[in-house]
Design a protein around this ligand. Structure first.
Ligand code: GRF
Length: 200
């Protein structure tokens, strides 16, 4: 049975577009994932126009959330969208804000995030740059459930990315994105089919 999902994104939206191309057009994937809506917290996010162009049927909502003081209103509006579209899973794809503990606790194992490092290494912002500057030889991508602790929920899938001597932050970023585009759709299918092995 198809499961309705909502994507939250704040920026460029390349992962959002990748997921839409995989699932919305129905060309690949098991048909399990239905992307019902996209939400951005800022009207400046390039993801908004990209989704509108690629998938005009998918409703895109902008709910302002730049400052912490806006979080409560953001989450309350988001909840009403979740209810309206009968959303089963919340997919974070470059969503740069932290959801409240209260919100997260309402959706256990239903919020999924992608992070550009091999967690638990290099949590937080600038994970790619931080891994590069630290000098690690391998970094990667992690897809995990969201819990109230940032970048610390149960891991669904990881992919290793090698940092070669000739890499720059930019070339590493490109390699990380390629890994993200491979792993996120697969991880979502696993999570939506099998649930959370840490809980079930
Ligand atoms: C990705 O690197 C993702 O891992 C991180 O934010 C970035 C979003 O990129 N959480 P995009 O907006 O999907 O292009």
């Amino acid at each position: 049975m198809q499961k309705n999902c909502i994507i939250l994104a704040s920026g460029n939206g390349s992962n959002t577009l990748n997921l839409i191309n995989k699932f919305y057009t129905g060309k690949t994937g098991s048909g399990l994932i239905n992307i019902s809506a996209v939400v951005s917290n800022t009207s400046y996010a390039p993801v908004i126009d990209k989704v509108k162009k690629t998938a005009p049927d998918i409703p895109v909502f902008t709910i302002p959330f730049t400052f912490l003081s806006e979080r409560e209103a953001f989450e309350s509006r988001l909840e009403s969208i979740i209810e309206k579209y009968k959303i089963k899973f919340i997919i974070l794809a470059g969503f740069m804000k932290i959801l409240s503990k209260e919100f997260v606790s309402k959706f256990p194992c239903k919020i999924i995030n992608i992070h550009p490092s091999l967690l638990p290494a290099f949590k937080g912002r600038d994970a790619i740059k931080n891994a590069f500057e630290y000098g690690v030889k391998y970094t990667g991508v992690t897809v995990h459930y969201v819990t109230s602790e940032v970048d610390a929920g149960p891991i669904i899938c990881q992919e290793i990315v090698k940092i070669d001597d000739f890499d720059t932050v930019e070339s590493l970023e490109a390699k990380i994105h390629e890994a993200e585009y491979r792993i996120y759709p697969i991880a979502l299918e696993i999570a939506l089919t099998e649930g959370n092995p840490h809980v079930n």
